[in-house]
Design a protein around this ligand. Structure first.
Ligand code: AMP
Length: 487
């Protein structure tokens, strides 16, 4: 059955069932059906035949889901933009997307109040039609939009439903990731396609640990997809265990390296609850490899494996010559299959660099180092300057381009600072274009404020070092190795 008809079906058969809970907001499947129909009809009234993307600006309000579904029901992909995104970056995303409408929770409430219930017949949405567009950090300072089709999403959902056997109308998916991050796609569509409930943590929970643990105690979550960084943060609380969250039936990790210590602590604190390590970039729809992490696996491997590939998709470990390397050897992880995105919105240049046709399907070059050991895949870090900081994907080039765009900065280099294996913060070396204003601390504070007008807060580096000039390497570029030695 079509994904959208399935979701609507729960609105008819289980109208009073909650599809979403967040803070003191709750919404039922019945309301989701009625409100998304109303907003879909409103979109048609505003946009006519234009199938341009619809931007959705907000955080974790139930109206976000109403907007997502309204967009796709009306045959238009949606572009989620979190409140954390500064105005300037948001405007750029809206412009690149060509979105003529920006829905917000308040706007949705107004539309629903003004129009009431509408009998809406959804527009056709086929396998190759875009379903959502997620903007991620681009290396030149411009965000890039990854297009994901209905077919991409269906491939992921059928794999997960087949393997993890979620109960119908009996699960609560804990949603920690913002909707701009594709881990949230796991929570949203696995829940909605099985009549289940999404419990969203908001940014208030993330910044207030007392509120976070109170929410974890009361949410009754059964399924939890999260980043290792977030789980590690929860582990600071000694009572974060199966007594606090007795209903949890599975942990899924994705987005960054799962450290053996994190997995081991979880197995201890939640006895008998499976811990899955999954891997995948946004460009290949959430995840495509998966492995249950056991004590035996932890004892055998470091780094831990990222698992075996989903049916219907292939992983090729590619050497510098473009050919597959012999089994067990290191190369670039390339993903080929129906989960691979058609590319970056309006960026044929970037699409041509990262995507290519492969046999009967499409392939995506991840830029991750990896190995295939008898079908078990291992990820061994990045080949470029894309990093993960507290679970967020950041291109250091994006950050540097935005720093250089500030009038007070002549040149900038950003370096990740590691605690053990994990990147803990970012530090910036800056050559100013004029005299320094005040102390280093005052100048850094000023630059951080200016940068926060251009980039989300999680991208703003913690430390700034001011230099008169950068040490140069033989190619005449800033010598990052020498700069790293100064830390
Ligand atoms: P994103 O598009 O934000 O999901 O980031 C994708 C990137 O995160 C991948 O290309 C990897 O570099 C990294 N990543 C995702 N999952 C894992 C994992 N399980 N282990 C190690 N790195 C991962």
């Amino acid at each position: 059955m079509h994904l959208l008809d399935k979701i609507d079906g729960y609105g008819r058969t289980n109208p009073d069932r909650l599809f979403h809970v967040s803070g003191d907001r709750k919404m039922t499947y019945g309301e989701l059906l009625a409100k998304s129909n109303t907003v879909a009809a409103w979109l048609d009234s505003q946009l006519g035949d234009k199938r341009c993307p619809v931007a959705v600006h907000g955080h974790k309000e139930p109206e976000m889901f109403v907007s997502f579904l309204a967009a796709v029901k009306s045959g238009r992909p949606y572009v989620p933009i979190d409140y954390m995104t500064p105005q300037q970056r948001m405007e750029r995303v809206v412009e690149i997307a060509g979105a003529e409408v920006v829905l917000t929770p308040a706007r949705v409430a107004e539309i629903v109040a003004a129009s009431g219930a509408v009998d809406y017949r959804r527009k056709p949405l086929e396998t190759n039609d875009p379903f959502y567009i997620l903007f991620t950090s681009g290396s030149t300072g411009e965000p890039k939009g990854v297009m994901i089709t209905l077919g991409n999403l269906n491939h992921y959902l059928s794999w997960m439903h087949g393997d993890l056997k979620f109960r119908e109308c009996g699960e609560i998916f804990l949603n920690h990731a913002p909707f701009t991050f594709d881990l949230s796609v796991h929570d949203i569509y696995l829940a909605l396609s099985s009549g289940n409930t999404i419990f969203s943590l908001t940014k208030d929970h993330i910044t207030n640990l007392r509120a976070l643990f109170e929410a974890l105690k009361t949410c009754n979550a059964t399924q939890w997809m999260t980043t290792p960084s977030f789980a590690q943060m929860c582990m600071i609380e000694k009572t974060f265990n199966a007594t606090m969250m007795p209903q949890v039936r599975a942990f899924c990790f994705c987005g960054e390296t799962l450290a053996p210590e994190t997995a081991s602590q979880l197995l201890e604190r939640f006895p008998g609850v499976p811990v899955w390590n999954t891997y995948g970039p946004t460009e290949a729809t959430v995840a495509m490899t998966k492995v249950g992490i056991t004590r035996e696996i932890i004892a055998q491997w470091n780094p831990l494996p990222i698992g075996r590939v989903m049916p219907g998709t292939r992983v090729i470990i590619r050497g510098e010559d473009g050919q597959a390397v012999p089994p067990g050897e290191r190369g670039e992880i390339v993903i080929a299959g129906p989960n691979v995105s058609p590319g970056y919105l309006k960026r044929d240049d970037l699409t041509a660099k990262a995507f290519y046709p492969y046999e009967d399907t499409r392939a995506y070059r991840t830029g991750d180092w990896g190995r295939d050991r008898d079908g078990m895949i291992f990820c061994e870090g990045r080949m470029d300057s894309q990093i993960k900081l507290h679970g967020y994907r950041i291109e250091l080039g994006d950050l540097e381009a935005n720093l250089r765009a500030l009038p007070e900065i002549a040149d900038a280099v950003v370096l990740p600072v590691r605690k053990g294996e994990v990147i803990d913060s970012l530090t910036t070396f800056v050559v100013l274009s004029g005299p320094k204003h005040g102390t280093d601390f005052e100048q850094a504070a000023k630059l951080k404020t200016q940068l926060a007008e251009r980039l989300p807060a999680y991208m703003v580096p913690r430390k700034f070092h001011f230099l008169d000039s950068f040490p140069m390497n033989n190619n005449g570029k800033a010598d990052r190795k020498k700069l790293a030695e100064m830390l």
